[in-house]
Design a protein around this ligand. Structure first.
Ligand code: PLP
Length: 465
């Protein structure tokens, strides 16, 4: 399989190069040049496989000859051995709901499904190339821990995560700072999340610093993340259909950066019998408005909601959809993105808007509606939804038989849970004991110089060790 850029500015590359490149060098996103197509017999065969074996089949055409099959199998086994449920992503029922639980990984949120694999993949590829990678990122609380758990203890990788001191929840801070592996460095910055993000941006913009230290991003747009997320759509379809290709299912997907629902879109384009994909947004509803109007228009600012992992202004994976929507016409994608950066909005034409409405339906939920949904589901079945998942369940109402993706364990968001149902959700084992364990972080001024010094001192120590 070859990969190209949504903006058409790179020569085709293979899977290993695409994973290493992260963001395409022309500023676009990497996408497969073509998609495999699944016939009924293949779907029937795949329906009998467990999660890991299914992942191997789904990945194989996309990985091509970048990784020998047995080595790919070992990477997959290692990645999902850290999940606490034997089915990895079990499908459960809660009253009248079907819920696809994606939160049985080490940080109790769905990003583990992709980041556990990505961490192993990085380690494997670095071992082969003899290189090293120093990951730098800023977090407002939610994604930092999933990135840290993806690469903890991995050879040839160091990770530096900045977070605003005193402004992430105590559980989220502990999830990061209690990781004892020597390659994990948590930097508590005396400032806001915006300060932390500005510092990271500035260090990535310092091209000399960046190349001297092999700096890499947490890679929220890495192709391997999308690939890993395709597996549970097939797995869940198989559980419901028993492998009958005539049986179609729908999914409701709590959406922020459009990575998760885009993986579902690709699975459907490959032939997985998916009837509908519901984009569920909170008050940051740019994607819901796009499906309704064909106009993708940024709002002046991000709204803070009870589902913070979905508080985004522009969805970073949206460009990949634009590319597929316009049948790989990179010139058209570039023109639309130019409109967006010039005027803050882009509009697809009527014919393509009709296609968008065919591809997705969409709905958004306010915080009040989110709490009400958590309350209603608990009253009906005793099942506790996390606020992100509740946005998806709200969006699925009246849409028939739909599988709702549960993107985080409710105990990660107990403030919202208490507001909705009056008591906390019980923490899963991965979230227990966090406050008894030793914690480690370096407190720094919110300045580029302080963070740069800290990184250089740390890397010098690592080199000596
Ligand atoms: C990241 C995240 C989402 C949004 O997923 P995208 O791929 O960004 O659309 C939803 N819920 C939770 C809990 C998340 O961490």
């Amino acid at each position: 399989m070859r990969y190209v850029s949504t903006r058409g500015g790179i020569d085709p590359i293979d899977f290993a190069e695409a994973v290493t490149m992260g963001l395409a060098t022309d500023g676009g996103l990497l996408v497969p040049a073509e998609l495999p197509s699944l016939d009924a017999a293949t779907l029937r065969d795949w329906a009998r496989l467990d999660f890991q074996s299914l992942a191997l089949e789904v990945f194989t055409p996309f990985v091509g000859d970048s990784i020998p099959r047995e080595e790919l199998r070992a990477l997959i086994e290692r990645s999902y051995a850290t999940f606490s449920h034997p089915e990895v992503t079990p499908l459960v029922t809660a009253g009248s709901l079907r819920v696809l639980e994606l939160f049985h990984g080490p940080t109790a949120a769905f990003k583990d499904v992709a980041l556990q694999f990505l961490g192993n993949l990085f380690e494997y590829l670095l071992e082969r190339s003899g290189g090293t990678l120093n990951i730098l990122g800023a977090t407002s609380g939610d994604t930092g821990s999933a990135a840290i758990y993806g690469v903890r203890g991995k050879a040839r990788i160091q990770i530096f995560i900045l977070y605003p001191k005193g402004r992430v929840s105590p559980v989220q801070e502990r999830q990061m700072t209690t990781v004892a592996d020597a390659n994990v460095h948590c930097l508590a910055v005396r400032g806001t999340f915006d300060d932390a993000q500005r510092i990271v941006k500035s260090l990535f913009g310092d091209l000399d610093f960046k190349s001297r230290h092999q700096l890499g991003a947490v890679n929220s747009i890495n192709w391997a993340r999308i690939l890993a997320q395709m597996v549970y759509y097939v797995h869940a379809w198989a559980r419901v259909s028993g492998g009958d290709p005539a049986r179609r299912v729908g999914f409701s997907v709590p959406t922020g950066n459009f990575g998760d629902v885009f993986a579902g879109y690709l699975a459907r384009r490959m032939g997985v019998p998916i009837e509908r994909l519901i984009i569920a947004t909170n008050r940051n509803d740019i994607l819901s408005r796009f499906v309704a109007s064909g106009v993708y228009a940024a709002e002046p600012e991000v709204h803070q909601t009870l589902s913070p992992a979905m508080d985004i202004q522009l969805a970073s994976n949206f460009e990949r959809y634009l590319y597929f929507l316009h049948a790989g016409d990179s010139a058209r994608v570039r023109a639309l993105l130019d409109d967006l950066s010039r005027s803050g909005q882009l509009a697809v034409d009527a014919e393509h808007h009709a296609q968008v409405r065919d591809d997705f339906s969409a709905a958004s939920a306010t915080d009040d509606e989110t709490l009400e949904q958590m309350r209603a589901t608990y009253a009906e079945s005793g099942y506790i939804l996390c606020p992100h998942t509740a946005v998806g369940v709200h969006a699925a109402r009246g849409q028939g038989d739909v599988i709702c993706l549960a993107t985080a364990h409710p105990a990660k968001f107990n403030e919202a849970v208490v507001r909705a149902i009056g008591h906390e959700a019980e923490a899963p084992p991965s979230l227990q004991g966090l406050f008894e364990r030793a914690a480690r972080s370096s407190e720094l001024d919110a300045s580029v110089a302080a963070v740069r010094d800290q990184i250089e001192t740390t890397l010098a120590e690592v080199a000596r060790a």
